[in-house]
Design a protein around this ligand. Structure first.
Ligand code: PEP
Ligand code: CO
Length: 448
């Protein structure tokens, strides 16, 4: 047994459980060699950072911080460029300033970035231009092109995933330590599109107040460029490809604990969260803070058993329950879950993912989400937590810093017919820059 602290757990013990959404490689010895290679590469993150995030998530659970987690549904290798990475960090920093203003508490920023390269898919094949092809499973697995050869899982892509994650995180660390302050300073926000909305006077007041507060602090020398530039930023992705995750799992020689050092936080997706799942088994043995995506499909009793399994010492900050019911179902399911969790005494940090329960198909068969449905799930979740006497510790979004047209509604009132203009996502539709900023203003209002 590799780890006496987790009974029966070994790095590879997940292989004896039920593994869903794992690619099948035709050349399995090449796959095994690649995992060995990845296992010999340096980790992306440091244990101290992971433990620091866990403390901050614990604080969020107690209402002392607020978590903003966001980024692409599926990160793409072709987006690993300075401009696009800067824009992703910029939108998250700007939103975090607006949220911190409303919440009057520090915001924990966690990107869905530097490793979000694999996707669980509902079907092994999809129909493209009338032809059935194997499903795209994320850049770490296969290509987006639709030829059968492009859709064949290729283990070499795991190496590419590792190096794209490394390059992305390296650049994030560089821009942040190099004084990124100006990008989350409101002087540099690009709000032209939001200025057209009816609600602009309200948003503008928030911007003015933030500017005022910053100016006031700066006039006392309290917010010098160094302190403004010194922001924490954490990375996260869905821990889906267990061979890859196992290869990045390392033992802390001083404590004997295991950590996934490919990311600060990883989460178990809704489709792989069930009793007896390989994913639950793998996550049980690592000491990172972990997320669990919860929908109406999981039985509450099973969920509580899994939480106890994953967090036997009931450590605060270890578990973030990311609920994603959809705007229509949240009121029917969230209050009961909160009640049961409270009764059990299990320590969790609550977060709301208002994206994944609100996917709709347009008449033209494009996947979209409507701004109002997303907002409705967020505001209902806030209300339900308030009425239940629990803290909503954070929010989880699929968003981008670009002007894409993937979700409808929002300040520019995008319609179904506008979606084809700049629909870029390889998987789920994301809020664009304007929609994300507007969402931040609205949530900031809810946090007050
Ligand atoms: C995701 O976060 O991209 C995702 C697939 O979510 P869920 O597991 O909640 O469906
Ligand atoms: Co998604």
């Amino acid at each position: 047994m590799e780890n006496s602290k987790n009974t029966g757990w070994e790095r590879g013990s997940w292989k004896e459980r039920k593994s869903l959404h794992q690619p099948v490689y035709s050349n399995s010895s090449a796959y095994e060699d690649i995992l060995l290679k990845i296992g010999s590469y340096p980790p992306l993150v440091f244990i101290g950072e992971v433990e620091n995030l866990k403390k901050q998530i614990a604080d969020a659970g107690m209402g002392k911080r607020f978590i903003l987690q966001g980024g692409d549904c599926a990160e793409r290798f072709i987006d690993c460029s300075d401009r696009l990475i800067i824009n992703k960090i910029k939108i998250l920093l700007q939103m975090s300033v607006i949220l911190a203003y409303g919440a009057r508490k520090p915001v924990v920023r966690i990107g869905r970035i530097a490793g979000q390269y694999s996707k669980p898919r509902s079907s092994p094949t999809e129909i493209i231009d009338g032809k059935s092809v194997p499903t795209y499973r994320g850049d770490a697995v296969n290509m987006y092109g639709t030829a059968d050869s492009e859709r064949e899982p290729d283990p070499e892509r795991l190496i590419l995933a590792y190096f794209h994650s490394v390059a992305t995180l390296n650049f994030i660390r560089a821009i942040i330590s190099g004084g990124f302050a100006d990008l989350h300073h409101p002087y540099n926000w690009n709000l032209h599109s939001i200025e057209k909305t009816r609600e602009w006077p309200m948003y503008n007041e928030t911007v003015e107040r933030i500017l005022d507060a910053i100016n006031f602090m700066e006039s006392f020398g309290g917010l010098n460029p160094e302190s403004l530039g010194k922001v924490d930023f954490f990375i996260s992705h869905e821990g889906l490809l267990l061979g890859y995750e196992e290869a990045l799992t390392r033992k802390d020689s001083s404590t004997g604990k295991y950590y996934n050092l490919g990311s600060h936080m990883i989460w178990i997706g809704e489709r792989t969260l069930f009793k007896g799942s390989s994913h639950v088994e793998y996550f049980r043995g690592i000491s990172n803070p972990i997320g669990m995506k919860v929908s109406h499909r999981i039985d509450t009793g099973h969920l509580m058993d899994i939480i106890s399994d994953l967090n036997p010492r009931n450590e605060e900050g270890r578990i973030t329950l990311i609920t994603r019911y959809g705007s229509e179902k949240v009121a029917g399911h969230l209050p009961g879950l909160i009640r049961e969790i409270k009764k059990s005494g299990l320590k969790v940090t609550w977060s709301c993912d208002p994206m994944h329960g609100n996917i709709i198909q347009t008449v033209g068969n494009m996947k979209t989400r409507d701004f109002d449905d997303i907002l409705k799930e967020v505001s209902l979740s806030f209300k339900i937590h308030r009425e239940s006497g629990t803290h909503i510790g954070g929010v989880h979004f699929e968003l981008t810093g670009e002007d894409v047209t993937e979700c409808t509604g929002g300040a520019l009132d995008l319609q179904d017919k506008d979606l084809h203009e700049n629909y870029e996502t390889y998987c789920d539709p994301r809020l664009n820059y304007t929609q994300s900023m507007e969402m931040a203003f609205l949530i900031s209002g809810l946090l007050k």
